[in-house]
Design a protein around this ligand. Structure first.
Ligand code: HEC
Ligand code: HEC
Length: 312
């Protein structure tokens, strides 16, 4: 029931005519969706104001006096958002999601050839993967949603956290943006980088890295999940040997347990069913880096970002 409020809030982002919106929300917060759209801050304040039995100006003043963290928590409570997403797991899940789901559901799960997942009942009905894992294992192959039967549990769980974070970022907008992500310890971050990153990188990778990004948030995203766009060196490629045909090589644009799509050097697209006898050799330049990301903890992530942010 509470999660309906999120759906409603998100749906308000789209321009559904006011008259067609339904009345929704738990208990006291039963308000028309069209009011929610503009009045989110005041209403979040009102929800906090409940503690003081005063949902008026006092509530607004209280909200304004809150720290960004308190505001985010209050907004989360108001929106009826579920469990707090595990950010390190979401960061680990990001590349897995990008590699397996993004071409159909969009890079931020807002939809592409497949539906957006931000308002999906399957996603909103899940806390930490209990519901999504069985769903993703089976998929809905008849409707074009592949089954991810062979993907390891940990990766599926990380994808679930990634999806929850996307919902959070859409629904709890504003509150999130002001949260300071530079909460780590730079000295510990430096130790972490020396211990965990220098087997593959040199100081050159990190020289002035902070100067390349507008915000610590972007810096963090970039080191955890380097962007492949505009950098051919980082593209995922594959050589696919079909049972009776030639070997086709190219850049991978889609891959699932059942099918792989390649764009070859001449720009031609090949869609190949992964039938028995079809041999797929993938080459992901970021595979080693992503392997490292699987061991990342929340503290490690915050400390490394704090350290890299000092390298202007
Ligand atoms: C080849 C395209 C494709 C890929 C790849 C794909 N999906 Fe889907 N997905 C779909 C389609 C199409 C649907 C809608 C199915 C339907 O109409 O019931 C869907 C439905 C879903 C739903 C349910 C939405 C709802 O509420 O009905 C979820 C959740 C989902 N996908 C998650 C994922 C995740 C996570 C991945 C990656 C591990 C993924 N999908 C990969 C095409 C895809
Ligand atoms: C097992 C090897 C490995 C480890 C360990 C590793 N990476 Fe990477 N990383 C790579 C590879 C391979 C690439 C892609 C090729 C390149 O750009 O060097 C990459 C790319 C990057 C990029 C993008 C560079 C660019 O030019 O776009 C950053 C930033 C980065 N890694 C940061 C880190 C940080 C921070 C750590 C430690 C917390 C780390 N990496 C640990 C292998 C690794």
């Amino acid at each position: 029931m509470e999660k309906l409020a999120v759906q409603e809030r998100v749906r308000n982002d789209r321009s559904i005519p006011c008259s067609r919106r339904r009345w929704r929300g738990p208990g006291l917060l039963r308000v028309p969706g069209c009011l929610l759209a503009g009045g989110i801050v005041a209403l979040a304040a009102a929800s906090i104001g409940q503690q003081t039995q005063n949902a008026g100006e006092d509530g607004v003043r209280q909200y304004q006096n809150m720290t960004p963290e308190q505001r985010a928590a209050a907004t989360r409570q108001f929106l009826g958002l579920g469990a707090v997403p595990d950010k390190a797991a979401a960061a680990r899940g990001a590349p897995v999601y990008q590699g397996n789901c993004a071409f159909c559901h969009g890079p931020q799960a807002r939809g592409a050839t497949g539906p957006g997942l931000i308002t999906s009942d399957e996603v909103l009905g899940d806390d930490h993967g209990e519901h999504l894992l069985p769903f993703l294992r089976k998929g809905r192959p008849d409707k074009g949603m592949p089954a991810f039967a062979t993907m390891p549990d940990e990766e599926l769980r990380d994808i679930a956290e990634f999806l929850h974070l996307q919902v959070e970022e859409v629904a709890n907008r504003g509150a999130y943006r002001v949260l300071n992500i530079l909460v780590g310890n730079a000295a510990k971050g430096q130790e972490y980088v020396v211990a965990h990153c220098m087997s593959c990188h040199t100081a050159e990778t990190f020289a002035h890295i902070a100067a390349k990004f507008r915000s610590p948030d972007q810096l963090q995203r970039a080191w955890i999940w380097p962007s492949r766009s505009g950098d051919e060196r980082l593209a995922v490629t594959a050589a696919v040997k079909t049972a009776d045909g030639p070997t086709i090589a190219g850049r991978v644009t889609q891959v699932s347990d059942f099918r792989i799509t390649l764009v070859d050097g001449a720009g031609q697209t090949h869609v190949i069913d992964r039938e028995p006898g079809v041999d797929v050799r993938m080459n992901d330049p970021l595979a080693a880096h992503q392997q490292m990301i699987l061991t990342l903890t929340n503290d490690g992530m915050h400390n490394v970002t704090a350290y890299l942010d000092t390298l202007k």
